[in-house]
Write a protein that binds this ligand. Structure first.
Ligand SMILES: *Cc1c(COP(=O)(O)O)cnc(C)c1O
Length: 368
């Protein structure tokens, strides 16, 4: 029997890094720099450099960073933030945490990113920000979104949790809007050995306030200027992320090669394949194919020991937790169709040619 192909294989990523990781972890243990500290500070400088940004502020998760982004914009009760219903729920949590209302618009069928045509007509006098997601690692249509923001004097916040190193017109995402949030959850393109996140910005005042808010609202120890959080990044995570960041560009190239190979292997199937827009260089966090017989295809893959996943099976406007927003089924048909049809195939830098070819063969076999 063929070896199973896991949907995700973190062990394969850690194996070649093990000695280097052991060394930086040992150093952090020796120095007892557990909460923030020099490893986190160094990683923040390096990650800001990677994003060509002035500032990166480390957090204990992407969700925390996005929550603080909403605080930095002074968004609160009575305010609306326009965002996508087709994303991981954390995008909307940030809006809800500050007491504001997520206002959804439908997505573009080709990219599954928010449809700029629909954003503008959804703006009201209560709109305070636009929060698009670079879903699956594919950048949004930023020129058009930024033009709308400029016209209405609204800030744009990038949810770049899935898009480390993705490029829009040749420039890495993270500094197109007022600020951007990244996640370092283990399965993300750059993952900690635990939780982590970052807020990236070119605005010095935002960066300073974010540093205070993540540390109990204190810019000086035991003097609390505003109500804050314990959202600090751990020293061990900063150390691990510093090691892994050096490999990220190479890993992104490898992901793009996997995607290219899938593209060739699956071109003759009836699947709707991910396609890069002319402005985009995707970081291929996920490789999501689409087909109306998705559930059967998923069973077929599982029966042949090929891992797969759904991103995402239920759009946010239909989640139980957001029933109070008052959206009905049918409100966002493109997102609802994507939720029925999407299937994520294994994509990670360590996938071998042989594994990629077998995934391709098993998928093609389903349609024979
Ligand atoms: C992972 C993710 C987040 C949240 O990140 P955590 O670090 O898990 O809190 C936010 N938005 C999107 C789109 C994500 O995929």
């Amino acid at each position: 029997m063929n070896q199973p192909i896991p949907y995700l294989d973190l062990a394969a990523q850690l194996r070649p890094l093990r000695a280097e990781l052991d060394a930086v972890i040992a150093k952090t243990l020796d120095n007892c720099t557990f909460c923030l500290g020099p490893e986190v500070a160094q990683f923040e400088r390096d990650f800001a450099g990677f994003c060509h940004a002035q500032h990166a502020v480390g957090f204990n998760s992407g969700t925390s960073a996005l929550h603080v982004a909403m605080r930095l914009l002074d968004i609160g009760p009575g305010d609306e933030v326009i965002t996508t219903p087709f994303t991981f729920v954390a995008t909307s949590w940030a809006i809800s945490y500050v007491g504001a209302r997520p206002v959804y618009v439908d997505i573009d069928d080709a990219t599954c990113n928010v449809n700029p045509d629909l954003v503008e007509r959804t703006i009201t006098s209560h709109t305070r920000a636009i929060l698009p997601v670079h879903l699956y690692g594919h950048p949004c249509d930023l020129d058009r979104l930024l033009a709308i923001c400029q016209h209405h004097n609204l800030p744009l916040v990038e949810d770049a949790a899935q898009a480390h190193g993705a490029k829009y017109r040749g420039k890495v995402v993270g500094t197109f809007g007022e600020m951007a949030e990244f996640s370092f959850y283990p399965g993300k393109n750059l993952g900690a050995c635990g939780e982590g996140g970052a807020l990236v910005t070119n605005n010095e005042a935002h960066a300073a306030r974010a540093r205070a808010l993540r540390e109990h609202g204190a810019s000086q120890r035991y003097y609390h200027d505003e109500i804050g959080y314990n959202y600090r990044m751990e020293g061990l995570q900063g150390a691990v992320l510093g090691v892994k960041l050096k490999h990220l560009a190479k890993w992104t190239e490898a992901r793009r090669r996997v995607a290219q190979r899938y593209h060739e292997l699956l071109a003759d199937t009836p699947l709707q394949l991910p396609r890069e827009s002319d402005y985009a260089e995707s970081a291929y966090h996920l490789y999501v194919v689409r087909h109306p017989r998705r559930d059967e295809l998923k069973k077929h893959l599982e029966a042949h020991h090929v891992g797969c996943a759904l991103h995402y099976p239920l759009p946010l406007h239909l989640q139980k937790c957001y029933q109070s927003l008052g959206y009905q089924a049918g409100a966002f048909p493109v997102a609802e169709k994507a939720a029925r049809e999407c299937l994520s195939l294994p994509i990670y830098p360590e996938l071998t040619e042989e594994q990629i070819d077998r995934v391709g063969a098993v998928v093609s076999d389903f349609f024979k």
